[in-house]
Write a protein that binds this ligand. Sequence first.
Ligand code: HT7
Ligand code: ZN
Length: 876
Amino acid sequence: GQVFRLEDYGPSDYLIPETDLTFQLDSADTRVEARLTVERRDGVAADRPLILDGDGLTLESLLVNGAPVAESDYEATADRLVLRSTPPAKRFELTLVTRTDPSANKALMGLYVSNGVFCTQCEAEGFRRITYFLDRPDVLSVYRVCLEADRKTAPLLLSNGNPTDSGELEHGRHFAVWHDPHPKPSYLFALVAGDLGAVHDTFTTASGRDVTLAIYVEHGKEARATYAMDALKRSMRWDEERFGREYDLDVFNIVAVSDFNMGAMENKGLNIFNDKYVLADPETATDMDFANIEAIIAHEYFHNWTGNRITCRDWFQLCLKEGLTVYRDHEFSADQRSRAVKRIAEVRTLRAHQFPEDQGPLAHPVRPRRYREINNFYTATVYEKGSEVVRMIRTLLGADKFRAGMDLYFERHDGQAVTIEDFVRCFEEVSGADLAQFALWYHQAGTPNITASGRYNGRAREFTLEIEQSVPPTPSEARKRLMHIPLAFGLVGSNGEDMTFDGADGATVEDGVIHVRKRKHVIRFKGIGARPVVSLNRGFSAPVTLSLEASAEDRMFLARHDNDLFSRWQALNTLFTEALIEATQRIRGGKEAAFPDELLAYPAEIASDETLGAAYRAQALTLPAEADIAREIGSSIDPDAIHAAISGLREAIGSQCAGTFGELHEALDSGETFTPDAASAGRRALRNVLLDYLSAGTGTPEHATRQFETADNMTAMAAALAVLAHQFPHSPQTAQALAQFEERYRGNPLVLDKWFMVQATTPGPDAVERVRGLMAHEAFSLANPNRVRALIGTFASANQTGFHRADGEGYRFLAETVLAIEKDNPQLAARLAIAFRSWRSLEKKRQEHAREALATISQAKELSRDLRDIVERTLA
Ligand code: HT7
Ligand code: ZN
């Protein structure tokens, strides 16, 4: 397949300053008339052909300046329209008519129908499935859109910008006209037409402009959209206060649809959402759902400035909008909730998704240089590592200069399509800093490793810290350059406070940050009166793997006393991880797992430490996941041994701390009415972690059954169901709870997804058969991405013992299912296939089974570009 290369970028010969679209909407046969004002760029000869992108289109008619074009003067195929020569005038008008069948569009890209509602998804290259166009992000156009549809089935007609006209047509049809004054790339175009309910509100911007807000959902679900509306208004205010960014249209609309390939889409003035990230109430949504809704509503809204007003020059620059917008939504959530808890959750996500990507065959830089299919680059690296890079710029510059750099970026590039270099230059200019070495974070793939060790010399009153960096090779980047890594740190004294020092040499040490730039630094801190315990990479200031030589006593000391809450969590997490790795090795060697006494006793201490918030305590008590331990072990992985080690530790802590945990679990059941705020959610999270331990400690389903039966909110109920299904899969109580849940939520697909997920993640070799069986359930459908992700996606990505079943059946099942999905929805299939990416880290037999399953996919006939790209890179 064709490879797109960053170095081949060149501006287009033609621009399209104005786009006028008329849609005659019909679910089986929609007519699209596009009137494009085309402009030849200065210096481009008139005999340069105009080449427009298409994807699966049929051209019905073509006019240039209102006149038909001779057949010999153009060529129209499904994927492009070539106008061999254009009129001599610099500007001319092109009128194109195409037809599409939205109800047959199962790829969910371009114009499609979801639950009877017409909607669009144009990022990255979906607009070319609607009409021929210069479908690239650096071609910005002002859109006027006229929608015509049947009034009864589609009373609501929405597009980008502001509404300008509407009225009746013949045969029960009607129309609406929308005008978006802000020039935008085609990937931000959207329309929605259907019959939906709504919640309405208003927002007055800082400068006093009134904005009409609406969130559209299926009739009857309006009450479940009020939390999303609240999150939207909080996001709008926050962006004004933190970044000085105001909204810029008269209306802001959000529409929730039930068939959607990703989380949501930031189309200008008309965000389209996966309904999973809009709909919530206490009975049907967990605290995690509420937090996700808040974050994704904010994320899409923040794109209005970082993505829409300033967009990407080309798709290699995707992190320019995505990494930056993730950083902004992380900061928003940190301000709305507990900053430390949010940071811990971010780091868990980064390690769970981005680290394996960066350490495997699909590794790529935050700003890639090559792609075969852009849809496969909406990755954890572009999004999450991209956000970490922005966070590091803030660490390097400090809050004020970071804000000045952002202000300059908004002022200088408003209305433009720009690059990462343009972005970084703004920060260099406001600070005078040279960010050339730092910019490698954008250009070089791979997770840097840091090793560190400290020595104290009492006589010289010196503490010496040796730090070394290395970046492992990644596909097509064997040799790596040295990175600029900002490590926040503290030298913690015996009283738990940070020690001061008289100076340091061997590296730049400023404002609590060590700037690692060389392969090795030997840093001497002077004037240190007693041995400190070093706390390194505080707040996870750099996305690296760190092996810091330290005794278990020192780690426990930091877990108890570090003044950085993230690092306290990290110290304990490292102790758990080290103990679990050792236990895994013992189990593989045929021995019993054994754990240090202090590690079994400390959880009771931290669980009842009221100086810490409940949400934080819940995070501290949550053991590393099986995938975390697998990643740390790194090679010849046996998921069954890891599972046994974690179960053993959970059980040991659960029985050792049973008294404290039992009392606390009881006390946290306060009977308060549900509110989704962070403090109440924290109490529920802590209660659920305790339930997990208590059940493991007692070895009986009693606690979980009681919590399930008395739960008055979904957070408590889903957690109890998970404990039952995962710890007691064969008990009658579990069968009964599953049946009750299914019965109660039969008519609510988003809630039934939780039921699918809990069963898909039930550990053990019979998971494959269970998942196969559930595919026949009446509520399951391979055509709906949420259903597929809930059942197949969670099985493959979050059920280590099930998916990696020793006989390879999990891999064969995934290969066969991916091929079935691929026929309709290649994007979804490609995302599922990513579950194979760490196959080379497995023990030999599993590796062989995984390779065979991957080969089955790659040998299939007529593979989509999406799936072929993932499978070939995974096998390479
Ligand atoms: N910018 C949006 C990306 C997106 C997308 C990409 C490919 C295919 C379907 C898609 N739906 C949404 C989402 C975001 O990051 O905000
Ligand atoms: Zn985004």
